[in-house]
Structures are given as C-alpha cells and as structure tokens.
Write a protein that binds this ligand. Structure first.
Ligand SMILES: Cc1ncc(COP(=O)(O)O)c(C=O)c1O
Length: 466
C-alpha cells in the first residue's frame, strides 16, 4: 500500500477505504459514511464530532452496566498483566474462568451442570447445535439431528446459528439455512393472535403448530427446539401467557431438547436473572453472551443440563477427547471482565432496576406515544422494549418497508441525541438501554424519541405515505 494513501486521510475516508461493516447497507454507508464513536460514560456516548447521545440500545443490547466502569477496566488490566491468555484444551485451566463457570451456574436455573465458554452468541449457538448432535450420537439416535427454530428468530450469523436465525436478510445470497433446520411460527401477539383469542389459546395454538411440524418431520429426526425467551431482533416479541410451558410439554413428549437463547435476556435485562426463570422454561442448553461481560470483552457460554452431562460422562470412557472448543474458550482476561461485571450487577441490584426502570419507561412511552397516529404497539419486558410504527392505528396497516419508517426514526434520533435501533423485520424500533437507566434518563430519552417520531410522521404525511 502506497504510504501517501495512508496520510492526510480523515478517519471517515480511512473507514470507507478499509472497512466492511456488519449488518450495514453498503450503498448507504458509501453515500453517508461512518458515525465514529469516541468515548462513553454511564448511558451516554460521544462521537468524534462531539455529539453526545443517550444510548437507548446499550450498544447491541449488551452494555448492561453502562459505560466507563473503572472496576472492569482495572480487572482487565490486572488479569492481562498476570496471565493475559492461556487455553483450556487438554485439561488446562485458569482461575477467572473456573470462578466464572461457578458464578454462571449459581445464576442459572436449577438442573444446569457444565459451562463451555466461547467468544460470542453466534459461536455459542453453533456449539449448541454440535452439542445436540453429539449427545444424540452418543445415545445412538443418529437420525435425531434437526433443529427447529422460529420465524423471525435471531440466533447469530455463523453457518449453523445463521441458519437458526429466521430473518431473510441473514439468509439471502448466503445459501442459508442449512437443510437440517426448520422454522415454526413465532409469537406475535399484535399481528398474529386472532382478535378475541385468549393468550392461553394462542399459546396452545402455537404449541399445536410445533407438534404438527415435529410429527410431519418425524420425531425420531428432531433433536432440539431453540427460542429466545423474549424475541429481540425479530421485533421484541413477548410470549403469550403459558407459551413456554405448552411448548415444553410438546418437547417432552417427543424427546426434543430445549435450547434457551438468553444472549439478550440473560443477566437481568428482563428484570429477572434469566428469561427461563420468568417464563417457565426448563432448558437443556442455555446460550449466554452480551450481558455476561456487558460487552467490555467478548465472551459467551453454552451451559448444558445435568441430563446432557450424564450422557457425556457415561460415554466418556469409550470416547477420545471431546473434540470441540476454541482457542479463546475460557479466556482468562475475558472471564475477569465478566466476573467484575457480575459483581456490579449484583452489588447495584441492576436486575431489580431493570424491572423498575422497565416499568417506568414503558409507562412513559405509553403516556407520551400511546395514542400517536404512527404508533401501533408498545411492548416488551423489563428493559427490552419495542415500538411498532403503523400506517393506521385502527386497522394496524403496515407501512410499506420501502419507506423505511423505522430507519428514518433511528436516523432522526441521531439529531435528537439518542440511539435507538430500527429492527430488520417490519417497522419496529427497539430500546434496550443499560440496566442502570434512571428516571432522569427516561425524561431525556422519551421526549427525544417522540420528537423523532413526530418529525418522521410529518415527512411520511408530506409524502402521502400515511
Ligand atoms: C438472541 C441472540 N442470539 C445470538 C446472537 C449472536 O450474538 P453475536 O453477535 O455475539 O454472535 C444475538 C446477537 O444479537 C442475539 O440477539
């Protein structure tokens, strides 16, 4: 590379020249360039131009303890100085990851047995698919390999986890999903639950759909079902009452494992330790990431139940090594960051604050936006909230996606000094702020969001779209 090309370039130009941005419209990025973040503290983040935003998304649903936590920075520095890295292959171990596994199991629901660490949610879900296959091979059930996910689910982007994801943009032109993945109906109480149907009946209906799919595929071929307790990227969809117990009954009937993807929900975002606790899920495998370290360093976990461990343990004498794991599985510095993060969540009762602040935020959104002509539905649990935009409140008519209503609100939000996210399905805006959110922060976030929505509403009316 010619040296002069590297000089006299702005960071924006350098970004455009060098970076391929994930989950970004390439055309839009080339036209508008990057927004470069420089520093952050608490729930606020500042870009290189000096604009300060309230981060209503906690990055990507992950900076749960907020930014600028010196104690995590110090834990990282101390561990990096003492033992920055060592692997966990061939029985090698390190103190932070042993302590973290113990801590994770104490947070997890009863019946969970062992923790296998990874680096992110996608690789953890790939691990989980392999664990299902491994478990069923060890049991001699060599056909029991299909995984049932749900439409609109988001489980990551690697080849297996991207297949579990049920959103078109993550499949198109990537030759996904893999042939052993199926998708059943999602939970969308606003759009799919027939008027007048009770939540319990809707749950029974969805469990029935799942059972039909398992029977059509052949129960001997279905290994696992995977679900986010509250669906995130697919639209912030809260399960109807009784949903997971009804689903679990079907899974039990056909010896199908339950994978709870707690990557967003876990470690307090729903105002409970995990979605499993809140929604009556009895997981065989749990996926954890994001809130485990609040994103200070990348770390994830696949947590297996006693039932799965019993098979691995019983068959171990006949097996060679458990042939899976990454260089960075049980990374000591990432584990140290996660331990310091969990210390903060526990000490400051951020799980309790997520419940309290979540109720406050939802109440304030309902008060300020509940009858806004562009807002059809305000939903969520704890600090995971979605606002769905509609063309018509009464008929719930959708705004044609070509008009990018939610994306416009997200972008207008930048002018109002807030970060909220337009989800890739439909016209829903997601909010998932740090679990430290205060009343004062809510007073800043909601009026700014309302101004952004008012602005976009004016634009859409001027263009005769609504
Ligand atoms: C529920 C869920 N699972 C898995 C993932 C993938 O995690 P990562 O981006 O760390 O690979 C995400 C990311 O948003 C997620 O929301």
């Amino acid at each position: 590379m010619a040296a002069d090309l590297l000089h006299n370039q702005s960071l924006e130009e350098m970004d455009l020249r060098t970076m391929l941005h994930p989950a970004t419209s390439i055309a839009d990025h080339l036209a508008n360039g990057p927004r470069i973040m420089a520093q952050a503290s608490g729930v606020h983040i500042t870009d290189t131009k000096g604009r300060r935003y309230l981060d209503g998304a906690a990055g990507l649903w992950c900076v749960n303890v907020g930014y600028g936590r010196q104690e995590i920075a110090e834990a990282i520095a101390a561990q990096a100085a003492a033992l920055p890295f060592f692997h966990s292959f061939t029985s090698m171990a390190n103190e932070p990851s042993i302590r973290l596994a113990d801590r994770v199991l104490r947070w997890a629901p009863d019946g969970m047995s062992k923790v296998l660490f990874g680096s992110g949610g996608s690789d953890a879900n790939d691990t989980n698919v392999k664990l299902v296959w491994y478990y069923n091979n060890l049991r001699g059930k060599h056909e029991k390999k299909k995984i049932i996910s749900r439409e609109r689910a988001y489980h990551g982007v690697t080849i297996a986890s991207g297949s579990l994801t049920g959103l078109a943009v993550f499949h198109e032109k990537f030759d996904l999903p893999l042939p052993m993945v199926r998708h059943t109906k999602s939970v969308d109480q606003y759009r799919d639950k027939p008027a007048g149907m009770s939540e319990a009946d809707y749950s029974a209906h969805l469990a029935d759909e799942l059972e039909k799919l398992i029977l059509a595929e052949g129960p001997e071929t279905v290994g696992a079902f995977i679900a986010e307790p509250v669906m995130g990227t697919g639209g912030v969809l809260v399960p109807p009452a009784g949903y997971f117990p009804a689903i679990q009954a079907v899974l039990d009937k056909y010896d199908v494992l339950m994978i709870a993807d707690e990557v967003i929900c876990g470690f307090g975002r729903l105002g409970a330790a995990f979605g499993c606790h809140k929604y009556g899920i009895r997981p065989d495998i749990m996926t954890m990431a994001k809130g485990l370290s609040s994103g200070y360093l990348p770390i994830s976990a696949s947590v297996i139940s006693e039932r799965i461990w019993a098979v691995l343990e019983d068959t171990a004498p006949e097996m060679a090594a458990f042939g899976h794991g990454f260089t960075y599985s049980a990374h000591p510095t990432c584990a140290a960051a996660a331990l310091a993060n969990l210390d903060i969540i526990e000490r400051e009762d951020l799980v309790g604050n997520a419940a309290r602040a979540g109720d406050m935020l939802k109440a304030r959104l309902n008060a300020d936006l509940g009858d806004h002509p562009l807002v059809g539905d305000i939903r969520g649990d704890g600090l995971m909230i979605g606002v769905e935009l509609v063309a018509d409140r009464k008929s719930r008519a959708m705004i044609d996606l070509a008009h990018k209503a939610a994306i416009r609100v997200m972008k207008r939000g930048y002018e109002e000094n807030i970060l909220v996210r337009a989800l890739p399905h439909g016209n829903t805006i997601a909010m998932s702020p740090p679990l430290t959110l205060s009343d004062e922060n809510i007073d800043e976030l909601v009026p700014a969001l309302k101004r952004a929505i008012d602005h976009v509403h004016g634009e859409l009316r001027a263009e005769n779209i609504v």
